[in-house]
Design a protein around this ligand. Structure first.
Ligand SMILES: Nc1ncnc2c1ncn2[C@@H]1O[C@H](COP(=O)(O)OP(=O)(O)OP(=O)(O)O)[C@@H](O)[C@H]1O
Ligand SMILES: [Mg+2]
Length: 312
């Protein structure tokens, strides 16, 4: 099976692009009592409620109940189900973790089109039900040095505010949108609602998730190909001025022969964050160690040097 085609796809034929759809959400008041409208991006300061599984495993699609900025970037991949009457069915748990649980969700249209798609729903725990290891080290000195335009600048500030207030789901959302738009192999971010992030399911159409790189046993040729892809991911992140911050063979999925990077809430600014280079170096060492353990001689320091040169 092939991965959901994410890039280079226009909106679904015969359906309106997201921008034309009615946006029912009303901008909320900001923390300072102003209108709450960010010039570029609305950041929602409501207290967060942890999103729970639907009681009977089914719910209405959440796609149109969130604000426009909380829906994924365009062009939308053709597999995104836009039917306002679509029903989400929870099919099971993909992984429970310390900070978040990931569920398999099917979204099926009820408009007779027969459209249906699988998605991964990552639900962060609320503050009382998690043991969060991500620390403020990731927030330090988050800068705007590499911003290419005001939108990117707004993104970064929204990211900073999300991280500072512990809204890791939103931080991951921001990082996924930016990296997807930059062409990195990440799951397409479909939408964000409170603590729930909906994204492309990386796996087969019958619901088998792609293995993490750590669980895979690629032969020599594929191993080399994987290393090239991992180097590309590190360098493309560096191009954005970022390091993943928790890169390891557990946060890389092997989908067929394609390496997909996940779990991005803690991306760090390599230059503005005083610990950025150290975290980038750790990322390089973590992945290189795994490849070395599989018998491929790779050079973490060389990758680190190239990434630093790109980020500067
Ligand atoms: N988009 C996806 N498609 C398929 N599987 C996914 C997807 N996102 C996450 N998973 C599965 O869920 C696991 C946990 O996801 P993720 O690493 O984002 O969360 P986490 O809370 O950091 O978990 P952990 O603490 O185990 O790293 C992944 O290792 C992967 O197996
Ligand atoms: Mg993870």
């Amino acid at each position: 099976m092939t991965r959901n085609p994410s890039r280079g796809q226009g909106p679904v034929a015969g359906s309106s692009p997201a921008a034309d759809r009615p946006d029912t959400a009303v901008p909320r008041a900001g923390h300072d009592g102003t209108s709450g409208l960010d010039p570029f991006f609305t950041f929602d300061y409501r207290p967060l409620e942890a999103v729970e599984s639907p009681v009977d495993g089914r719910r209405q699609t959440t796609y149109w109940s969130v604000e426009r900025g909380c829906r994924g970037p365009e062009p939308l991949p053709e597999w995104v189900v836009l039917d306002a009457g679509a029903v989400d069915t929870e099919l099971g748990v993909l992984k429970t973790g310390k900070e978040a649980d990931v569920f398999l969700l099917e979204r099926a249209a009820t408009d007779g089109s027969g459209e249906a798609t699988l998605m991964a729903a990552k639900r962060y725990r609320d503050a009382d039900h998690r043991s969060f290891h991500r620390s403020t080290v990731y927030v330090e000195g988050r800068g705007v040095r590499k911003s290419r335009d005001q939108r990117a600048l707004a993104r970064k500030s929204a990211y900073g505010r999300a991280v500072a207030s512990g809204r890791w789901a939103f931080a991951e959302w921001e990082a996924l949108c930016a990296t997807w738009e930059a062409g990195l192999p990440v799951p397409y971010p479909v939408s964000i609602q409170d603590t729930e992030l909906l994204m492309e399911f990386i796996g087969t159409s019958d619901g088998v998730a792609a293995p993490r790189l750590a669980q895979s046993r690629p032969g020599r040729g594929l191993l080399e190909h994987c290393w090239e892809q991992v180097c590309g991911i590190v360098l493309d992140l560096a191009e954005l001025g970022w390091a993943h911050g928790d890169l390891s063979p557990y946060n890389l999925l092997l989908h067929g022969e394609v390496v997909v990077v996940i779990d991005l809430p803690q991306v760090v600014d390599v230059v503005a964050n005083p610990q950025g280079p150290e975290l980038l170096n750790r990322d390089c060492l973590n992945v290189a160690r795994w490849f070395t353990s599989r018998g491929l001689e790779v050079d973490a320091e060389e990758l680190f040097g190239r990434a630093v040169a790109v980020a500067l």
